[in-house]
Design a protein around this ligand. Structure first.
Ligand SMILES: [Zn+2]
Length: 266
């Protein structure tokens, strides 16, 4: 599942090839916008907000996309064979030199740039955002939102993008392990929440420029994570078998991994 760092990296790649370029080809393969004609418009910038992507055009329009579970963008040279399979293509944006193709994007919508707040205004501070910028990182505000309901589990509070934007199931599992916190611990009972938040931000920052997510410091297949997607395998610290369960608000249950010994439930 793409998390904040993946979305930021993807936006940076799109920005590199699209910003300042006139669109010579543009297809939105979703029923609502199939007739939209963006050819001739210039891309101003591609910016991330949490896990959302905003492609701003000089016409005052913004293309809003979200990768959600397994969406992705592929960029190829103009003459190259377009990435596919074709039935998974949702967006095609072409310039004189490059072709950017959005695959399996569950959210593709065109809106006025002045209305962006309607789709990203609910988000908490962006862990990868710049401090002091609108929607950027603000530790105090993130902590205030996280602890607004102290009985809520830290595992759920971290995934709620209204509290802070950028954490998915990978970083949730890894940061709870690194802090020795069971994911079901009420957020009001987490020992050093500011430290947890600072460390998860560091993890995202370290990974934003690399193609694979690493929290162990070892960028080798099968060794990159402490507990994520390692159910039944021995904990790298104590040898206890890693546990897994699904929990969260009804309809939004997500897999949660932890070491029963390193992260005892209180
Ligand atoms: Zn352990």
């Amino acid at each position: 599942m793409p998390e904040g760092d993946t979305v930021h990296r993807s936006c940076a790649q799109l920005h590199r090839v699209l910003a300042g370029q006139v669109l010579t080809r543009a297809e939105l393969r979703v029923p609502r916008h199939a007739a939209a004609d963006l050819v001739g418009m210039t891309v101003l910038e591609v910016v991330p907000r949490g896990k959302h992507q905003l492609t701003r055009l000089d016409s005052g329009l913004t293309l809003h996309t979200h990768l959600r579970m397994d969406g992705t963008w592929r960029i190829v040279g103009r003459g190259a064979r377009p990435p596919g399979p074709a039935h998974q293509v949702r967006v095609v944006l072409g310039t004189g030199t490059d072709l950017a193709v959005g695959l399996r994007l569950p959210v593709v919508e065109l809106l006025h740039t002045s209305d962006e707040q309607n789709v990203v205004g609910h988000l908490g501070p962006d862990l990868l955002g710049v401090v002091g910028q609108p929607g950027g990182w603000d530790e105090e505000e993130a902590l205030r939102r996280l602890t607004a309901d102290p009985r809520r589990t830290v595992g759920e509070a971290l995934l709620d993008q209204r509290n802070l934007a950028g954490v998915g199931t990978f970083y949730r599992a890894e940061i709870c392990f690194l802090q020795g916190v069971h994911p079901r611990t009420p957020v009001g009972e987490v020992g050093d929440l500011p430290r947890l938040v600072r460390r998860v931000r560091q993890l995202l920052q370290v990974n934003v420029t690399r193609p694979t997510q690493v929290t162990t410091g070892i960028d080798r297949r099968g060794q990159r994570a402490w507990v994520f997607e390692r159910p039944g395998q021995p904990c790298r610290r104590c040898g206890t078998l890693i546990a897994v369960e699904e929990f969260g608000p009804a309809g939004q249950e997500r897999l949660s991994y932890w070491c029963p010994r390193c992260q005892p439930q209180k």
